[in-house]
Design a binder for this molecule. Structure first.
Ligand SMILES: Nc1ncnc2c1ncn2[C@@H]1O[C@H](COP(=O)(O)OP(=O)(O)O)[C@@H](O)[C@H]1O
Ligand SMILES: [Mg+2]
Length: 272
């Protein structure tokens, strides 16, 4: 499959082999009496696809919310590269190169598909606010550049022909791909996607797999929280398995498939 190059800033040049891009140690998060995340530690190698799997309610989305700054942990440490992420709010993590999509789609449904992606560039506008106010030449140049780059990202996720329609009129699968394009517009080094295959048909899942592979080739590290086992096994370099908020196992897809505790807790007969 061919597609335009995404205009994203990968970490390939600056990557050191085997370097860890994101590290967490001893993360805890409770909601009232519910211990959603209990003592989770992980190290995500730069340039890898790292999957987080586990049954419903295992704490996957909560972990992603901690990693992206939507929630702050009750305890634990987190670093993106060498930068301490504790206390850093979500919008500042985006500037450090961390982008995500949500399990429940969050798009501007009344805006066009293109404008949803243009909105993702807001962290990278390199002109000052007063220039927007004046609507001067710098604004025009910047806006034109954003639109061009946004079109490139839409081509990357296969939505270039849908650029002018309202985001709310897209199919569910298309909305998920649009969320990825919008997240890419922030120029992430680390892209985190929460159940990106939920509601996608088989052809859309294939496209998603292909696109994740391309992003990885371009040096973007990807964290995939997923329910679709097939997808995880095909795309992940490493897999963290959670159960009841806790660490159950971590390994390669082959190791995960062979692990009795994982099979018992989650994969069961479905997987055999
Ligand atoms: N904002 C919240 N308030 C209260 N409970 C929550 C909240 N978010 C998650 N939980 C609870 O934490 C547990 C883990 O949920 P979640 O992280 O969404 O799991 P998963 O994504 O693996 O399905 C569940 O019991 C869920 O009900
Ligand atoms: Mg979830």
């Amino acid at each position: 499959m061919t597609a335009a190059a995404p205009t994203v800033s990968g970490g390939t040049q600056s990557s050191r082999d085997g370097a860890v891009l994101f590290r967490a140690q001893g993360l805890h998060k409770s909601f009232g009496g519910v211990r959603a995340v209990r003592d989770i530690s992980l190290a995500i190698p730069m340039g890898s696809v790292f999957a987080i799997i586990g049954p419903n309610g295992a704490g996957k989305s909560t972990l992603l919310n901690l990693m992206s700054g939507v929630y702050q942990p009750d305890a634990g440490k987190m670093r993106l590269d060498e930068i301490d992420m504790i206390g850093v709010p979500a919008h500042r993590r985006v500037r450090y190169g961390l982008a995500r999509t949500f399990q429940k789609i969050r798009l501007f449904k009344q805006l066009s598909v293109l404008d949803n992606v243009v909105a993702g560039f807001h962290t990278h506008h390199n002109i000052f606010a007063w220039q927007y106010v004046l609507h001067g030449a710098a604004f025009q140049r910047d806006h034109a550049r954003c639109r061009d780059e946004a079109m490139g990202l839409l081509a990357f996720v296969g939505l270039e022909k849908r650029a002018q329609v309202l985001a709310g009129s897209l199919s569910y699968g298309e909305q998920r791909m649009l969320e990825i394009a919008r997240a890419l517009a922030t120029g992430p080094r680390l892209l985190m996607v929460d159940e990106p295959a939920a509601g996608l048909n088989a052809a859309e899942v294939d496209t998603l797999l292909d696109r994740i592979g391309v992003l990885r080739q371009r040096g973007i590290t990807v964290v995939v929280v997923e329910h679709n086992m097939d997808l995880v096994m095909k795309v992940a370099d490493r897999i963290l398995v959670m159960d009841y908020g806790q660490y159950l196992f971590e390994g390669s897809p082959v190791e995960v498939q062979a692990n009795p505790a994982v099979i018992a807790a989650y994969l069961g007969a479905d997987f055999q």
